[in-house]
Design a protein around this ligand. Sequence first.
Ligand code: SF4
Length: 95
Amino acid sequence: MQTVEYVDLLGDTIIERVSEARRKPTTPNGYAGSPGRGPAGETCRSCQHKRSTGSSTARTYWKCGLMQAHWTGGPGTDIRMRSPACQFWAREQGE
Ligand code: SF4
């Protein structure tokens, strides 16, 4: 907590306690390999290793199944469907 002191338009001194700066949003980084090292034009969306988590219909969280041992409940182990395929990409069955 920080304390900020200022004078308002009526000349009264105002002291406010403000929380620390907002945390930077966590970047999804749950990829098994390096995005972009897989086949050109493919993405995590077309990979058989992608997994959706969460039972809510409000939001789907995507993770890489190859990284399941390292999954947390947080966004740091998420992946983005539009990310370029990594070197472990494998074609989704049935495509
Ligand atoms: S391309 Fe497949 S193996 Fe690679 S991070 Fe995405 S879902 Fe995982």
